[in-house]
Design a protein around this ligand. Structure first.
Ligand code: ADP
Ligand code: ZN
Length: 222
């Protein structure tokens, strides 16, 4: 199973990706997580990416394409993958298509999660992550909790640097201008599956699985 999870910041890509990758036993490749850990370690990549990320800008296509190329060539991606956060521009989409063609891969599903902007802004402002297990929560879900309900880490919740009101607005602008148009490219190839991202996490997962099963009955059990 090869999946691209597409959609605005805050629509729930990371949450759904985590569930789907354990269901299908394929790696979750989150470009945001890769960049954030590079920033944390202050690797040369992290140093280059940090400013753009904190300002809600995109990291350069060259850097992103390099990361994805290195990742997809790894053995762990041979049986499939879930891409979360890539491709995010036309250039990235075209290079990605060439990469897949070069690997003789034609069966990708572009799952597009959809929600209105008001909901997105609320989710992003209330988003918290666990520093240890990287799971994502939304207030008031974890209000007052001292321990992470998933991994038990103490005082591990934090808000991302780019989840402040001003930066959120800018990320949404960039999504509208640079990223959303990429969908047209995949629509033309008939690869896009639209999913309503409102409702509970479980409901959204179920919608995704039902839609995937229609496309690929042999690989999906619900
Ligand atoms: P979100 O989808 O919530 O905005 P991500 O965790 O996917 O967050 O990405 C965080 C930041 O990392 C982005 O705002 C951007 O700066 C950078 N980034 C991630 N993926 C890409 C990409 N494919 N191209 C350019 N920049 C990216
Ligand atoms: Zn945790």
């Amino acid at each position: 199973m090869r999946i691209v999870l597409f959609g605005s910041p805050g629509v729930g890509k990371g949450t759904q990706a985590k569930i789907l990758c354990s269901k299908f036993n394929i790696p979750h490749i989150s470009t945001g997580d890769i960049l954030r850990s590079a920033v944390k370690e202050q690797t040369p990549l992290g140093v280059k990416a940090q400013k753009a990320m904190n300002n809600g800008e995109l990291v350069s296509d060259d850097i992103m394409i390099g990361i994805i190329k290195d990742t997809l060539e790894q053995d762990k991606c041979k049986k499939g993958f879930i891409l979360d956060g890539f491709p995010r521009t036309h250039v990235q989409a075209h290079v990605f298509d060439d990469m897949l063609a070069g690997m003789n891969i034609h069966d990708i599903h572009v799952i597009t999660l959809q929600a209105n902007e008001k909901e997105i802004i609320t989710r992003l402002s209330n988003r918290r992550a666990c520093a240890k297990c990287k799971n994502i929560f939304t207030l008031p879900e974890i209000e007052g909790l001292k321990k992470c309900p998933v991994c038990g880490a103490e005082n591990s919740f934090y808000q991302r640097d780019d989840d402040t009101e001003e930066v959120i607005k800018h990320r949404l602008e960039i999504f509208r201008e640079a990223t959303k148009p990429v969908l047209k490219h995949y629509e033309a190839k008939k690869k896009v599956i639209y999913i309503d991202a409102l409702g509970s996490v479980e409901e959204v997962t179920k919608r995704i699985l039902i839609a995937l099963k229609e496309k690929d009955p042999e690989q999906v059990s619900i």
